[in-house]
Ligand binder design. Sequence first.
Ligand code: AMP
Length: 285
Amino acid sequence: MEILRTVAELRRWSRSKRNNGGNSIGSLIGLVPTMGALHAGHVSLLRSSRASCGFTALSLFVNPTQFGPLEDFARYPRAFEADCALAEAEGVDALFAPSVEEMYPAGATTFVDVGDLGNRLDGQSRPGHFCGVATVVTKLLIAAEPDRAFFGQKDAAQVAVIRRTALDLRVATEIVVCPTVRDAEGLALSSRNAYLSPAERKQALALSRAVRQVEALAAQGERRSGALIAAAREIFSAEPGVRVDYVAVVDWATLEPVEIAAPGTLFAVAACVGSTRLIDNAILA
Ligand code: AMP
């Protein structure tokens, strides 16, 4: 596995692997962007990439522009050695771990503005978050020129933002979305779960319980968003340690609320457990 620190190195690596524009799996390049502190959710993206691309690059970059001033940028878990070992074991071909200065040259003033989409769901409580996400993902796609880039459905609003950005900027990379990986009790895996005390971890299960309940109701034919949201809120009301940020039924592309859920509609929740903000969601069948 090659460890790359600069955009120029990543671009050189990608171009050296690309095989004269052929499109067999062997010549395709997959990119898995992450902030590190890898877990089984990240591994599932790496495996999807390895299954459909001849070469897989993993990026590890805690992106400062997607954190608000009072958020957890400084204390976000960083585990470079363990991440390298896991990446190596998963057959990653190139690991890209740039510095902040490498990704944001001194005096940087150029950012990707995703419009109103950036102010919905997490964007409402985390102003500027999706601008930071769209900016760093665009930089990674320009640098790596991957055929495919892999993202988790766990961050469903982020997926909507990245799909929109890739479409609007006419990026050639195919955006691939992989299912949410959960622990044995249903909690969606997240690097931030490391912040949770054992008691908080139990409380955090309310998110996946709410998601499962709404999925079950939708499967039984309940389509009214109001009823789906009420059912989820009832679950949260039984867990006073969980402070709900949003419970929403939205169009997965625009993130705008819908009155009546249809196949492909996004049900999403965000809540704080102690000082840890967690999210979960389901795409309704
Ligand atoms: P992060 O390192 O948290 O920024 O996540 C990097 C990528 O991994 C994003 O595309 C996430 O959506 C994805 N991811 C994070 N957690 C999970 C999970 N539990 N299941 C599937 N994908 C995930």
